[in-house]
Ligand binder design. Sequence first.
Ligand code: GDP
Length: 478
Amino acid sequence: MFYGDTVAAIATSSGDGSISVIRVSGDRSVEYVSRVFFDKKGKNIDLKSFETHTVHYGFIRNFENELLDEVLVLLMRAPRSYTAEDVVEIHCHGGHMICQLILECLNRAGVRIAEPGEFTKRAFLNGRIDLSQAEAVMDVIQSKSKISLENSLTQLKGSVRKKIVELREILLEDTAYLEAALDDPEHISLDGFSDRLGKHVFNLQREVNHLLENSQNGRIIRDGIYTVIVGRPNVGKSSLLNCILREERAIVTDIPGTTRDTLEEDIKIGSVLLRLIDTAGIRDSDDKVEKIGINKAKESIERADFIICMIDSTEELTEEDFYVMEEIADRNGVILLNKCDRQDGNIAMDPDMFSERCKKAKSEEWVSHILSDKKIFCFSAKTSEGLEELEQYLKDQFLREQISYHDDIYITNARQQECLADTAESLAQLMQSIEDGMPEDLYAIDLCNAYEALGKIIGETVEEDIIDKIFKDFCMGK
Ligand code: GDP
C-alpha cells in the first residue's frame, strides 16, 4: 500500500452546476472531514463510527463556525474506493465560490490540495488499476464518440492488462527456464530449447503485430476518420461541410479560391466520428496566400483516411478536375457529382455521363486507372440529396471492419503503441538470433527487453518521471 498524505480536490467540472463534488482521499480523510461537518443543531458529526459506503446529511462550517453549505457526505473506506484509500466525498451545491470555500476550510483542517490526476495516480500506486487502465480513465473522459467510449471502457475494465500479462507470462517462463539451464547445465538441458522458444516467439510476434495493426484502427476509433474534402474552387466543398454539419460554419461564396486555409470539424455519423477537413482548392495559383492553402491541402490528402472529391456536375470538366482526381488515385474515397439539384443551364451529369466525359477528355486507360476503385454518386450540398448514401458508404467502409472490436483489443494510446513497437523489435531480434543459431545465453537480453517493453504498457517497469508525466496531463480532481 502506498501511504501518502490526505488530499482533496473538486472532482466535478468547473463552472456553475446544480451540485459539485469535493473528493478527499487518504488515511486521515475521515478525521479531517469530521472536523468541519455538523448537524442541523450545530453539533459536530464524527464520521469515524459510520459504516463504509454510507451517505450522511449535514452542514459544513468553517473554523469561525460560519455556515458554508448544506451537504451530503459519502463515506468509502479503503480498499473499496476509487483510490483504494479512505475516501470521503462532499456533495455540495454547485458553484465555484462554495467549492473554493469548502476546499480552503478542508485545507485548514489538514488536507493538502491534490495535484491534477493525483487520485488516479494513487489508484495506480495502490495497485487497484494498472497504467493502461489509468490512461483509459483519461480516454473515457475525453471520448468524443460512442465507439471511442466503449473501447476506453473495455480498457478500463482491464482488457489490455489481461492480454499483456498473458504475453509476459510466456516470456517469463522461457526466461526462467533459460536462466536455470545456464546456471545448472548438468541438470537442466537446453536440448531442443531453441526450437521451442522459436515457436513461442513466432506466436508472440503474431499477437504483438496484430495488436499493432489494430492500433491503427484504434486511432480511428479515438480520433475519428480523417476525411478530406477536395475539389477545384467553387464546386461546393464548403457547402458540403455545412450540409453535413447542418449549420453555417465555413464561408460559402461565389468567388473562386475563398477557402484559403483548411477548416477542421469533428462530426458524428451514427456512432463513428468524422474529422472533416475542408481544403483550399488544389490548382495552380500565383497568389502567395492561396499557395500556402494548396500545400496544406496536399498535406491533408497525404494523411487522410478517406477523401471526398467534389465535381461540379453542372459544368464542363476541366483540367483542374482531372488533376484533383489524379491526386487521389488509389486512395480510399468517393466522387460526388455536386449540384444535381440545379435545373438552370447545363443538365447535371449522372455517373455514367461523367465516366463518358472523362473517357472522351482523357482516355479509357485513364478512367480505368483513376476511377475504377471509386464510388461515384449524384449529390446536392443544397438539398442534402445523397447525404444518406455518403453516410452509409462511410459506415460500410469503416464500421464493417470494426464490428468485431468488442472481442478485440484496440490500443489507442500513443505511449502504449510505442511500447508495443519496442516489443516487436526485441522479438524480431530474438527470432533472428534463433534462426542464426546463436548461443542460447544471447537470447536472454532480447527476452528481457521484450518482457520489459510489455511491462511498460501496464506500468510495471516504468520510471517514476514517466509516471509523473502521464498523470500531469490529467484534469484536476481526477
Ligand atoms: P467551394 O469553393 O468548393 O468551397 O464552393 P462553395 O461551397 O463556396 O460553393 C460555391 C457556390 O456553389 C456557392 O454559391 C454555393 O451556394 C453553390 N453550391 C454549392 N453546392 C451547391 C449545390 O449542391 N447546389 C447548388 N444549386 N448550388 C451549390
